[in-house]
Design a protein around this ligand. Structure first.
Ligand SMILES: Nc1nc2c(ncn2[C@@H]2O[C@H](COP(=O)(O)OP(=O)(O)OP(=O)(O)O)[C@@H](O)[C@H]2O)c(=O)[nH]1
Ligand SMILES: [Mg+2]
Length: 279
């Protein structure tokens, strides 16, 4: 039985057809705000006692909410993607997955290993670089991450790479100084080329549930995000926080991570996301 149908059964009141929609939607990781809004909407449309019609209505609402326009092509070279997020969310793996994907699409990719916090971090990205044939700019642990980011930009320019993916150290969203460090990375890049990074993506672990929304708020406020990649959706998480983040912050999710291999990265597509959520 699907995740959604299981939820509907769990929140169906024993005797009648009434369904306790608000806790159901919260359990589905949609967050309090969106859950309240959608329950009001079901009530206004007289659908609370009709699970089939309610589901169809919610599918429609969700599809409209998460549908995103295709990103504008970036003409500038290199196009720069900065990856940020909390510890262990999947940033380095996502850097590798994105690198593999764009390389396959004919782009020349360069990696910047701006996680100089953990000794093993640069090695992890370097190992991916070797495996994928993607050059990596890295530095000794303890080096200023902003300087590594800038060096990676210069190296990418020098070699004529047209896509630079910069990995950063994991940081908790409530640690002000760590968020400020990200701001420094961004400003240092902008001193070289005013318009970079073109993309600042939060890499968020889908298993964190609605906690992703508070992470997105904090990172967005600190450095200005342009989108998300939600990882670890190969487990039990269905990604209910994706519409919640879109509704509250307007931020689109561009990719979904569904496994640990380079090929386990899927472009976000509204129709199949909603299908996967409900079926
Ligand atoms: N199942 C699954 N595992 C994933 C996915 N993405 C990443 N992982 C795993 O999650 C763990 C952490 O991934 P990393 O890429 O090292 O995470 P990180 O954000 O770079 O971690 P820090 O640099 O320590 O903050 C690794 O074991 C990855 O293989 C995914 O989509 N699905
Ligand atoms: Mg990492």
């Amino acid at each position: 039985m699907s995740f959604w149908k299981q939820l509907v059964n769990r929140f169906r009141d024993g005797v009648g057809e009434e369904i306790d929609w608000e806790p159901l939607l919260i359990e589905a990781d949609l967050g309090l705000k969106l859950a309240t809004e959608w329950v009001e909407d079901l009530k206004e449309n007289g659908l609370t006692r009709n699970p089939e019609k309610a589901e169809a209505h919610l599918r429609d609402k969700m599809t409209k909410l998460v549908r995103i326009p295709p990103p504008l092509p970036i003409r500038q070279q290199p196009e720069v993607i900065l990856l940020v997020g909390v510890n262990g969310s999947g940033k380095t793996t996502t850097a590798a997955k994105l690198g593999a994907r764009y390389q396959k699409a004919g782009r020349t990719v360069h990696f910047g290993a701006a996680d100089t916090f953990r000794a093993a971090a640069a090695e992890q990205l370097e190992a991916w670089g070797t495996r994928l044939g993607i050059p990596v700019t890295s530095a000794a642990p303890g080096t200023d991450p902003a300087s590594v980011a800038v060096r990676s930009l210069l190296a990418a320019q020098e070699s004529g790479a047209n896509l630079l993916i910069i990995d950063t150290a994991g940081r908790q969203a409530n640690k002000r100084n760590l968020l400020l460090e990200l701001g420094k990375i961004k400003r240092s890049l902008q001193k070289k080329i005013e318009t970079v990074p073109h993309h600042t993506w939060l890499i968020a672990d889908g298993m964190t549930g609605i906690g992703v929304l508070s992470q997105a708020r904090e990172f967005h406020e600190a450095i200005g995000l342009t989108g998300l990649v939600v990882t670890k959706l190969d487990g039990s998480a269905k990604g209910g926080m994706i519409p919640a983040v879109r509704a509250e912050l307007g931020l689109p999710t561009y990719y979904l991570g569904r496994g640990e291999r380079p090929e386990d990265l899927h472009r976000f597509e509204a129709g199949s996301f909603v299908e996967n959520f409900f079926d």
